[in-house]
Design a protein around this ligand. Structure first.
Ligand SMILES: Nc1ncnc2c1ncn2[C@@H]1O[C@H](COP(=O)(O)OP(=O)(O)OP(=O)(O)O)[C@@H](O)[C@H]1O
Ligand SMILES: O=C(O)[C@H](O)COP(=O)(O)O
Length: 394
């Protein structure tokens, strides 16, 4: 793969696909980690006189403009971090984008509005994605793929556009891949993987592959309930992927056959509703009341998870253990982060929300081996799957 050093960027318009999918509270950015991670590539291009057009997605809007998912606050933060004004295009590949791109001078930076406001970005059909990629291609001379968190998405700005412009891989993608490679090629053992979060169906598939490589798999977060249900327990109003129950039963059987330990919580913090002020309490994982939802792993589970991590040499963690954004359900994630710090393992934390949780709960990033910007992306890398956003850059 060509790197940005291999491109002659001076005076050229360079389309940089970054992952700026940051958590927001209204229009306030609650964690800017992904914006910071995108800076080195943008700064390197600016220094060399490129006209930088940054494109990114935010959340999962439905292929049409939606003010809740506007990247405008991200443009402002990016400008603050770069110490220069960032022009903002109010559309993604329309008149505003063309005008902003045409007005850039050497070293200037612009951000396009959320690429997922265009239905073509996430379209299944090649033709529809291709049509949008053609419009993107008219905005720029060169392409740099640096959105590590989105490389597992076969989307127009990630997968189709690089085929239409001379392209290179960005430094963030290179760094991420280098670290994750260590986990796929002969990790030091015991090797444990901790899975949580809420994108359950996106992430369950990784377990199939992990059963062949990890020694222990610890399950927390919203992922727990599909496992508990598969074991025959009631999970009340908790997050549940009913159509995955058979798959999960298969994982549990295979784990047993192959001697891989799957560690599930023994207690959970269950609440009457998805709210910080809802009545809540610790219940047995095998007896979640019908009107309650599990929003965190309980104290006994935290101790159990810490014990299962204490002797590990390598740990990959993706997905918060609970709804850490609300203090009553942050304890599990806090305890897990502490257990990783207390172990002697090489630790990799993957995922936008997982990394945000570590920072929001006040941990020092340097206490972890690596904090990856990719959640689903890093899992798919570990699964050994083809990543469209990397394949397209080869
Ligand atoms: N028990 C639970 N019920 C519902 N939501 C939960 C539960 N536990 C954790 N979550 C939520 O999971 C979300 C994070 O999940 P996600 O799978 O997106 O994590 P990530 O891998 O770090 O991020 P990404 O894949 O987006 O990079 C958090 O917002 C958290 O509130
Ligand atoms: O948050 C992420 O994992 C990436 O930004 C990709 O987002 P997506 O899961 O909505 O494609």
């Amino acid at each position: 793969m060509r790197t940005i050093e291999d491109l002659d960027v001076s005076g050229k318009r360079v389309f940089v696909r970054a992952d700026l999918n940051v958590p927001l509270d209204g229009d306030r950015i609650t964690d800017d980690g992904r914006i910071r991670a995108a800076l080195p590539t943008i700064e390197a291009l600016r220094r060399r006189g490129a006209r930088v057009i940054v494109a990114a997605h935010l959340g999962r809007p439905k292929g049409a403009p939606d003010p809740r998912y506007s990247l405008r606050p991200v443009a402002a933060r990016l400008g603050e971090l770069l110490g220069t004004e960032v022009a903002f295009a109010t559309d993604t590949a329309g008149e505003s984008a063309s005008a902003v791109s045409a007005a850039l001078t050497d070293g200037q930076v612009a951000l396009l509005e959320n690429v997922r406001f265009e239905p073509g970005e996430t379209a299944k059909g090649d033709a529809e994605r291709g049509e949008l990629a053609d419009r993107f291609a008219r905005l720029a001379d060169l392409y740099v793929g640096d959105a590590f968190g989105a490389v597992h998405r076969k989307h127009a700005s990630v997968y189709d556009l690089p085929g239409r412009l001379p392209h290179a891989v960005g430094g963030l993608v290179l760094t991420e891949v280098e670290v994750l490679k260590k986990l796929t090629t002969d990790p030091q053992r015991p090797y444990a993987v901790v899975l949580g979060g809420s994108k359950v169906s996106d992430k369950l598939g990784v377990i199939d592959n992990l059963l062949g490589t990890a020694d222990r798999i610890l399950i927390g977060g919203g992922m727990v309930f599909t496992f508990l249900k598969a074991q025959g327990y009631e999970v009340g109003a908790s997050l549940l992927e009913t159509d995955q129950l058979d798959t999960v039963k298969g994982y549990l059987e295979r784990a047993e056959r192959e001697g891989v330990e799957i560690v599930l919580p023994v207690d959970v913090v269950a609440a009457e509703k998805f709210a910080a002020d809802a009545p809540h309490g610790v219940v047995d994982a095998a007896a979640i009341p019908a009107d309650r939802m599990g929003l965190d792993i309980g104290p006994e589970s935290r101790a159990l998870f810490a014990e299962k991590l204490a002797d590990t040499r390598t740990v990959f963690w993706n997905g918060p253990m609970g709804v850490f954004e609300m203090e009553p359900y942050a304890g599990g994630t806090r305890a897990l982060a502490q257990a990783l710090i207390d172990s002697d393992a090489f630790t990799v934390v993957g995922g936008g929300d997982s990394a945000a949780a570590v920072r929001a709960l006040g941990f020092d990033e340097a206490a972890f081996g690596h904090i990856s910007t990719g959640g689903g992306a890093s899992l798919e890398y570990l699964e050994g799957k083809d990543l469209p956003g990397i394949d397209a850059l080869r």
